[in-house]
Design a protein around this ligand. Structure first.
Ligand SMILES: Cc1ncc(C[n+]2csc(CCOP(=O)(O)OP(=O)(O)O)c2C)c(N)n1
Ligand code: SF4
Ligand SMILES: [Mg+2]
Length: 314
């Protein structure tokens, strides 16, 4: 599996290759420092394992509070930042990405992590997802896909399969579900991976690879809703008689066509990095424009810059 990660392209020259060093007097965080409120998820919910692995990632990579932020929209999965003792925000339903984009563009010293559900990502937030992907704004986004709206107690989500009986489709869902991998690839995301909460090592591996990607990195993490869609992912869980197939080692992660083909495999499909390419980030592009503008206006006072702008508009 690691072969598809090792094919990662190198970072663009304008962005720091690693996070800026943390203040030396601050110790790396431990799980104990990071665990906030007791998670209010149902016992057995897949979201617990994603949270535990986020703590592990922070611990393993020796990240400090001043280097990271944790953002989410609304949903069971989006309660995530409540349970992390760190800077972050539980924002508006479907609007986590624009909020996170603002942070990413204005604070290049932070690594921005976003967590949320399939409804938050592909329904109400679908438009933002497409635009954040094409703009290649630097952040890591984990979509905790449970094929249902959990928080609002079982409505059909854009990833629910045809025939799924819910409060909005009492006779079974009739609408063709979206394919998260295909949608993310075609939207322009530069890192697209797939994992499942039942394989903790793999989740951590994907989170690390996403974090190291210079651009918009997205992971679809299957995360079972034991309350409203029990057994949804059994076919991907070897402990339940299913199959966990890794992305084949000869898969070319830089080929959109190959990634798309992999995404078309029927469930349970493949797990690992589907697509990983290097394209300038909006962060780098804007930083260049800002630097050029600052150079041009060097020595001017703020009011003089304002006046110049107003004069130009006359
Ligand atoms: C603007 C707005 N519309 C609708 C809702 C109601 N609502 C809250 S969470 C949610 C769906 C969440 O589903 P998902 O993102 O899949 O998260 P899950 O609970 O399954 O983890 C909806 C429709 C809301 N809070 N705000
Ligand atoms: S309703 Fe489903 S998604 Fe929400 S906490 Fe319970 S098991 Fe998890
Ligand atoms: Mg959901």
């Amino acid at each position: 599996m690691s072969s598809s990660i090792s094919q990662s392209p190198s970072r663009s020259a304008d962005v720091p290759a690693v996070l800026p060093p943390a203040a030396p007097e601050r110790k790396p965080l431990t799980k104990k420092d990071l665990a906030a409120d007791h998670p209010t998820w149902c016992p057995g919910c897949g979201d617990f394992s994603v949270l535990a692995l986020y703590f592990k990632l922070i611990e393993k990579r020796q990240l400090r509070h001043e280097q990271i932020t944790t953002i989410a929209g609304i949903g069971c999965s989006s309660r995530f930042p409540y349970f992390v003792q760190a800077h972050g925000a539980h924002y508006i339903h479907g609007r986590a990405l624009p909020f996170a984009s603002g942070i990413s563009l204005s604070r290049p010293d932070l690594h921005v992590f976003v967590f949320g559900g399939d409804g938050d990502a592909f329904s109400i937030g679908g438009n933002h997802l497409n635009h954040t992907a094409r703009k290649n704004i630097k952040m890591s986004y984990v979509i905790m896909d449970n094929w249902v709206y959990g928080l609002t107690k079982k409505q059909t989500s854009p990833t629910s399969p045809i025939g799924f009986k819910s409060k909005t489709d009492t006779w079974g869902a009739v609408d063709y579900p979206i394919n998260p991998m295909k949608q993310l690839i075609s939207a322009g995301a530069t890192f697209v991976a797939r994992t499942t909460h039942t394989n903790p090592n793999h989740v951590l591996q994907m989170m690390e690879a996403a974090m190291d990607h210079d651009g918009f990195s997205v992971i679809e993490c299957l995360s079972e809703c034991v309350e409203f869609y029990e057994g949804a992912f059994d076919a991907s869980n070897p402990r339940k008689g299913g199959a966990f197939n890794l992305v084949p080692p000869d898969h070319d992660v830089t080929s959109e066509e190959a990634a798309y083909k992999l995404a078309g495999e029927p469930f349970p499909g493949y797990f690992g990095v589907f697509y990983n390419v290097n394209r300038p980030t909006k962060n780098a592009n804007e930083a260049k424009i800002n630097a050029a503008a600052q150079e041009k206006l060097k020595g001017l006072k703020p009011w003089e810059i304002l006046k110049k702008n107003f004069d130009r508009m006359k």
